[in-house]
Write a protein of this length. Sequence first.
Length: 321
Amino acid sequence: MKTNSPAHADPGSDQDAPIPYLQRIRDYYQGLGYGAPYEWAHFDRVPFHRLRQPLAQCRVALITTAAPYQADKGDQGPGAPYNAAAKFYQVYSGDCAQDPDLRIAHVAIDRQHTYANDLAAYFPLAALRRAQSSGRIGALAPHFHGLPTNRSQRTTLEVDAPELLSRCQADGVEAAILVPNCPVCHQSVSLAARWLEQHGIATVIMGCAKDIVEYVGVPRLLFTDFPLGNAAGRPGDLASQDLSLALALQLLESATAARTTVQSPLRWRADSTWKLDYSNIERLTPEEIVRRRAEFDRGKDEARKLRDIAAQVDGASSGAC
């Protein structure tokens, strides 16, 4: 992976147009031989809740789609291929006073141009601690929360988002930062952000899939034009991670209406050719298409089995209460 020093993009340049994930993914899965395209969530009306006090007096929660590392679930390390066994299916919480081991091998990040080798690039807990120490935020919530990556919009809206809200309310937070990784992650956190906003918690999404988040319709988005899996800054670059968080916090305070998107000035590298590769069916050979279809089917079957097991365990636990 080649990464240069932080550079500033020219939003007016054609080569700096964001990846059209909605169209790219639609063409990709149809090219693999699947039927009707997935219907992404879309809303005309967007809730909006303004902060009632400066961030320096607010408690802020961090919400992620990264999964806790599970030693018995196969390769989840930097550069690992997609690993359906490492998925999680219920909202979870972690202690912000600890340094968690979270991985994103279970999601469709950009594995060609990044390796998920720096937790801080997709989970800005360290940057939030620094913001708390400097007085930029009043306090970091005692817990961070994991939101499942779920293609079922109903499950996200009826199960995961209400559970997430309950946990945030228990921690007494006024604002939340949501950091997705894969395309469906961007939809899931967008739905969650809408739910939190409806119930009095101001939100900002730090994301890399601009068209997906804006199509769903959210209050605030900090868009960073990096490969999926790096929404919180460049790997190994503390300055870019702090800048990314600073931009997100500024947006939390400054937005005056819903659907406010701010683009980070950071650029992944000097040229933008990396954008041509992600899920681009036109760049794949027939043999590669067959291989990817088989790989996707295997992952889908494994994920379905694990989801069914998780549902059975959850049902048994509920019945025992």
